[in-house]
Design a protein around this ligand. Structure first.
Ligand SMILES: Cc1ncc(COP(=O)(O)O)c(C=O)c1O
Length: 344
């Protein structure tokens, strides 16, 4: 049976070129700063994002956590969206590990948090309050249909951040999806931010790893933070080698994933019993709702699964499908055909 696995872009397996690069990688002890392949990847990442320095970390979650640890002191407050991955899906690590107080404000349908809401959340100088320190944005926004945040919005947040002397971190797990969808240089999307984390192991198909980029002094602090949470890796060049291939070879093809997600969304929009805003799908993630009373998300997932189509239930009637390197246009046809047998 043909399997079409749309649960996540993290399912992507390394390409043959990645496996070759991993086998041949030159390595050293990265905690001593002596792994040439890690060093090369960190320099490349910083260069791609227009930052001074980069740091290779195990995951997106670790990238966000070390960034928070580097920017904030115990008891500081961060302002972030209530549907952001950092708040919603990282086990509350900001509070549990970094002793940071999260202040959430609603994520808009397009993944933004409104500048006026950020301003209203900033604490006045009062001994009763925590100190507002950092604004955390997410680009693309996972739980908001993979929406990309545009340069103009980033600038408007920066104007506010400057007014109140706050810093900005971007969880750019899928920043290259945003850049491809908006047809801008990724540097422009993070030019106003103090730090950015991005993942190699999602749409870019590397097996492991994320990077954190910012000023040299921020990266020095993030490197110390990485060590205390056990993220000092040794001959990590075998992993970084795949990351270098990911950055060199896997960015431009993200446009195919976006086209496939759009095609899927437009097809699903024609089905009776499903609600999806296909205009809102701009990258590789599509959320949709079941409007039929007789079917739950779990039931639908299991009926599709029997026919080889895998998607994720992400709420009582809410589902998610994500396109990636192992999904082609024909897989989308097969998926839509299977849906239509259930819905039409
Ligand atoms: C927006 C976003 N940030 C961070 C992460 C965390 O990445 P990881 O699973 O590598 O920890 C994810 C994972 O899906 C994500 O979607």
């Amino acid at each position: 049976m043909r399997i079409v696995d749309l649960r996540s872009d993290t399912l992507t397996k390394p390409t043959p070129a990645m496996r070759r690069a991993m086998a041949e990688a030159e390595v050293g002890d990265d905690v001593f700063g002596e792994d040439p392949t890690v060093n090369r990847l960190e320099e490349m990442a910083a260069e791609r994002l227009g930052k001074e320095a980069g740091l290779f970390v195990a995951s997106g979650t670790m990238g966000n956590l070390v960034s928070l640890l580097a920017h904030c002191n115990r008891g500081d407050e961060i302002i972030l969206g209530d549907n952001s991955h950092t708040f919603y899906s990282e086990q509350g690590g900001a509070a549990a590990i970094a002793a940071i107080h999260p202040r959430t404000i609603p994520n808009q349908i397009d993944g933004k948090i409104a500048v006026k809401d950020i301003e209203a959340a900033i604490r006045p100088d009062d001994i009763h309050h925590p100190l507002s320190r950092l604004i955390v944005l997410e680009n693309t926004h996972n739980r908001r249909n993979g929406s990309p945040l545009e340069v103009a919005y980033m600038r408007s947040v920066k104007n506010l951040a400057d007014k109140y002397k706050l810093k900005i971190h971007v969880d750019g797990a899928r920043i290259f999806n945003a850049a491809v969808a908006l047809n801008v240089n990724p540097k422009d999307l993070v030019a106003v931010t103090d730090s950015v984390s991005f993942c190699l192991s999602k749409g870019l198909a590397a097996p492991v790893g994320s990077l954190v980029c910012g000023t040299q002094s921020f990266v020095d602090d993030a490197r110390r933070a990485r060590k205390v949470i056990g993220g000092g890796m040794r001959q990590a060049g075998v992993l970084a080698a795949a990351g270098i291939v990911a950055l060199n070879e896997m960015v431009d093809r993200l446009a195919d994933d976006h086209a496939n997600a759009k095609k899927l969304a437009e097809g699903l929009a024609n089905m009776e019993g499903l609600d999806i805003d296909s205009n809102g799908i701009k990258t590789n993630i599509a959320y949709f709702e079941i409007t039929r009373e007789d079917l739950t998300a779990i039931d639908l997932v299991s009926r599709l699964n029997e026919k080889g189509i895998k998607i994720l239930a992400s709420g009582a009637g809410r589902l998610r499908a994500v396109t990636h390197y192992h999904i082609n246009a024909e897989d989308i046809d097969v998926t839509l055909d299977t849906f239509s047998k259930i819905f039409n």
